[in-house]
Design a protein around this ligand. Structure first.
Ligand code: KG4
Ligand code: ZN
Length: 340
């Protein structure tokens, strides 16, 4: 049976990494509530996400986060049509908390359960930001675990044109931040430091930029930064955190923008979107916006709060499968390596 009779309210749940999140979204595009309980202060002490601690904190937070999402949306469980949850990829213990909670709710409330791929969620953040945004489009997905160029033909059909061969862009930001003493979370701190630095101070490599195809590689760039830091320290030179941050960020942004535009040309796309935590990076957003403007390509990027992990994007992504009458079985399992 297709679910077409009236508007739909989907409760989204997200717990794949270090944010416990729940949201209520109407008809896939209108956010009625979006509650995010961040674990950043806890993990900052350790310089990165500690999976065991993340799982435990999700367990402590999840009931309260869901109730707050219902309260903020001014609805009750009875009003909800379906429960959507991130089933993967992510940290297995963290994912299991959300998946178990969603299964319990779906079973007891007798509502359909919808398992959602985390990256489809990130991509769907664009549908919320621009309610007129629809496939087909090219999307640069850049998060802590992924760097993929995805062609979205329609709501069901995702083709990966290129991906990173090693580190993800967000991972490179996090590792470089640690190396220059900025700590976790790396991306926003590198961006902030870079504002006071010179992007041309150090000439870091632009990996894969001259190569055919749409794959990325960031581990060589990260090593180049580490080598530079070692050399400078050995020579007793003072290191400018700001210049390293700005030069590294400029290299990442140039590679991401160039590869995306190369793919856009080859596939003759008319619309480009961006998704994932690194899409919050201002120079990247502006770089891609400008490149699209020059080529008269429509550009969409999620508003900042929807770039990093949240549950509104999960509820939005689930809407299209819900509408087709699909649902997941109640023995749905967390899948840390789920592919698109
Ligand atoms: O999508 P996300 O919240 O979680 C994953 O699914 O991985 O992405 C987190 C990543 C982290 O690596 C973080 O450093 C990066 O996104 N990030 C940024 C910025 N904000 C978050 N990277 C660069 N600039 C930012 N402003
Ligand atoms: Zn994410």
């Amino acid at each position: 049976m297709k679910n077409e009779d009236r508007y739909s309210l989907i409760l989204g749940i997200e717990s794949s990494c270090d944010e416990t999140a729940a949201a209520v979204v109407k008809d896939g595009r209108q956010v009625l509530s979006n509650v995010i309980s961040s674990q950043v202060p806890t993990h900052t002490i350790y310089g990165g996400v500690v999976p065991e601690i993340a799982s435990r904190q999700h367990i402590e937070a999840i009931d309260g986060v869901i109730l707050k999402a219902l309260q903020d949306a001014k609805v009750t469980f009875d009003d909800i049509d379906a429960i959507a949850v991130t089933e993967g990829p992510g940290l297995v213990g963290a994912l299991l908390v959300g998946v178990s909670e969603a299964k319990g709710l779906a079973y007891s409330l007798k509502k359909p359960l919808l398992g959602v791929h985390h990256l489809k969620g990130h991509i769907a953040a664009n549908y919320i930001t621009d309610p007129s945004w629809e496939p087909p489009f090219l999307c640069l997905v850049v998060s802590g675990g992924h760097t993929d160029l995805v062609y979205i033909r329609d709501y069901e059909n995702y083709e990966i044109l290129g991906r990173t061969r090693d580190d993800a862009a967000g991972e490179a930001f996090d590792k470089v931040a640690r190396a220059i003493g900025l700590g976790y979370p790396g991306g926003p701190k590198v961006q902030k430091a870079a504002e006071a630095g010179d992007p041309e101070a150090i000439s870091f490599p632009r990996p894969c930029i001259e190569e055919e195809g749409y794959d990325f590689s960031f581990s060589g760039l990260k090593s180049a930064v580490l080598n530079y830091l070692n050399q400078e320290r050995m020579m007793g030179h003072e290191i400018s955190q700001e210049d390293v941050a700005a030069s590294f960020q400029a290299a990442v942004v140039e590679v991401l923008v160039t590869k995306t535009m190369q793919a856009a040309k080859k596939y003759r796309v008319k619309r480009i979107a961006i998704a994932g935590g690194v899409s919050a990076n201002k120079p990247l957003r502006e770089g891609l916006r400008e490149a699209c403007r020059k080529k008269k390509i429509d550009f969409c990027c999620p508003e900042f709060i929807l770039c990093t992990d949240n549950a509104a994007m999960i509820a939005s992504a689930a809407y299209y499968s819900y509408h087709r009458g699909e649902s997941s079985p109640l023995d749905l399992n967390a899948d840390p390596g789920l592919t698109l």
